[in-house]
Write a protein of this length. Structure first.
Length: 149
C-alpha cells in the first residue's frame, strides 16, 4: 500500500476531514458546494452523497465525521471541525488509520472520542468559547440522514 505524501490532496467528498468541513457550512453554501461537486465529479458525487448527508446530519449530535475507506487505499478516518477559526474557516483535525486495524465500532467509540478530547483541549488553550461560531446545515434541519438526492 502506498502512503499519500505530506500535504497530499484528497477530495472533500471522500474524506472524513472534508465531511467535517461540509458539516460546518450553512445550508446555502452546502447546497451550492454539492451542486458544484455533482457537476464537476459526477461519479464520485453519486458514490458518496448518501454517506456525506448521513455524516453531516449526524455531526451536531456526534461531533465528528467518518470515512470508512471511501478515500481509497484502505484508509479509514475520523475528523472534527474545531471552533478555532483561521481566515473565517474552522481548523479541522483528523486521525487516519489503516483499515486493517479497524474493528467494528472502534473509530466511533475510541478514536473519535480521543480526537474530540484533543480538539477541545486545543480550543481551550486557544481561548475559544464553547459555542460554535457557525451554524451547520444539519442543525438548521435542511439536511437529513435519509435524503438521497
Amino acid at each position: 500500500m502506498a502512503r499519500p505524501g505530506v500535504g497530499a490532496s484528497r477530495s472533500m467528498l471522500t474524506t472524513a476531514m472534508g465531511r467535517a468541513y461540509l458539516a460546518t457550512l450553512d445550508t446555502a453554501t452546502f447546497e451550492s458546494t454539492m451542486a458544484r461537486a455533482r457537476a464537476e465529479r459526477p461519479a464520485e458525487y453519486a458514490a458518496c452523497i448518501d454517506t456525506i448527508k448521513r455524516n453531516v446530519a449526524r455531526y451536531p449530535k456526534r461531533g465528528f465525521t467518518v470515512n470508512e475507506g471511501d478515500a481509497g487505499m484502505g484508509v479509514h478516518g475520523v475528523a472534527v471541525a474545531s471552533r478555532v477559526l483561521y481566515h473565517h474557516r474552522p481548523l479541522l483535525f483528523n486521525c487516519a488509520v489503516p483499515g486493517s486495524l479497524v474493528r467494528a465500532g472502534w473509530l466511533e467509540k475510541t478514536v473519535a472520542v480521543q480526537l474530540g478530547e484533543l480538539v477541545r483541549a486545543v480550543e481551550s488553550a486557544a481561548g475559544v468559547l464553547a459555542q460554535p461560531s457557525y451554524v451547520p446545515a444539519a442543525e438548521s434541519g435542511s439536511i437529513s440522514a435519509t435524503e438521497t438526492s
